[in-house]
Structures are given as structure tokens and as C-alpha cells.
Design a protein around this ligand. Structure first.
Ligand code: SME
Length: 152
């Protein structure tokens, strides 16, 4: 796995105007999940600021019941309010956490900004404890910036 190669692949997907936005987002999820061994569930949530809820978008991995998450609830809901990356090395140590599966041990959520507004996020679950480094954050911030261009 090489983040620079993946950045280039994701950029190509973003720029492929032959696909609709959801197909491009789903392809990004697949590329990430297939090429980073510890990315086991990769998906997008998008914010509705009127209802203060997050809504599940394209994803790859186990089906989840958590298709709508109120702002403030779980790791995702907290990022909707904090506007900051949230790296959780061990989900069992979190009180405000929404469990999708007992196989999930850690999680990283990175917000997506369009014109400085937090419109949603990339959410990644891992079956490994404490796998995420600063490099994952930098990589996922790059992806979030690319995804944001689809909504400008
Ligand atoms: N664990 C998340 C819920 C979403 S799933 O990971 C797909 C959370 O605590 O917000």
C-alpha cells in the first residue's frame, strides 16, 4: 500500500465525469478498502444542517443499521459538531460510540469542508487496534479535499 499511488488513483476517479457522484464515491471507498489492509469499512456520511443529522452515503463493507446519525451522537456525530478529525485507537475506550460490529476495534473520521462548511465526512472502521497514524490523517484530508470539489 502506497498513499501516493492511491492519491493519484482517487484523483482520477474524482475527475471521471462519465460517472455520477455516488458512483465515484463508491469507487473511492472500494479503492481504499481494497488497498489499505486495515481499512475494513469505508464510507461517507453527509450532513443535513436543518435536521442536524448525518446520512449514510456510498460505502463498502458490512451493512450498517446506522444510516441516520444525530449530530453529537457517536464518533461521526461528534465530528459533525467539532469539525475536527477524530482518531479512535480503541473503540472500547469510548463512551460516546455507536457500535456497528464487534469486529470493529478502531475508527477514524475526517470531515469534508465546502466553503468552510462541514458537509460530511469520511468514516473508516478497522478490525485492528491502533492502526492509524498521522499519515492516515494527511491522506484522508487529501481525499476529503478532492471529494469537496464535487460539491462546489
Ligand atoms: N461507529 C460510528 C457509527 C458509524 S459506523 O462506524 C459505520 C460512530 O460511532 O459514529
Amino acid at each position: 500500500m502506497n498513499f501516493d499511488v492511491l492519491k493519484s488513483t482517487v484523483t482520477d476517479i474524482i475527475e471521471n465525469n462519465n460517472l455520477d457522484i455516488d458512483s465515484r464515491l463508491k469507487n473511492i471507498c472500494s479503492v481504499l478498502q481494497e488497498n489499505v489492509s486495515y481499512y475494513n469499512w469505508v464510507g461517507f456520511y453527509f450532513a443535513n444542517h436543518d435536521t442536524k443529522t448525518l446520512h449514510l452515503g456510498p460505502y463498502v463493507g458490512a451493512a450498517t443499521d446506522h444510516t441516520v446519525i444525530p449530530f453529537g451522537k457517536g464518533i461521526c456525530g461528534q465530528v459533525a459538531e467539532s469539525n475536527k478529525n477524530f482518531v479512535v485507537p480503541d473503540v472500547s475506550a469510548q463512551d460516546n460510540y455507536i457500535a456497528c460490529s464487534i469486529t470493529v476495534k478502531s475508527e477514524i473520521v475526517v470531515p469534508i469542508f465546502v466553503n468552510e462548511k462541514n458537509i460530511g465526512q469520511i468514516d473508516i472502521d478497522s478490525h485492528v487496534i491502533n492502526p492509524f497514524t498521522k499519515n492516515d490523517e494527511i491522506f484522508l484530508e487529501f481525499i476529503a479535499e478532492k471529494v469537496a470539489t464535487l460539491f462546489k
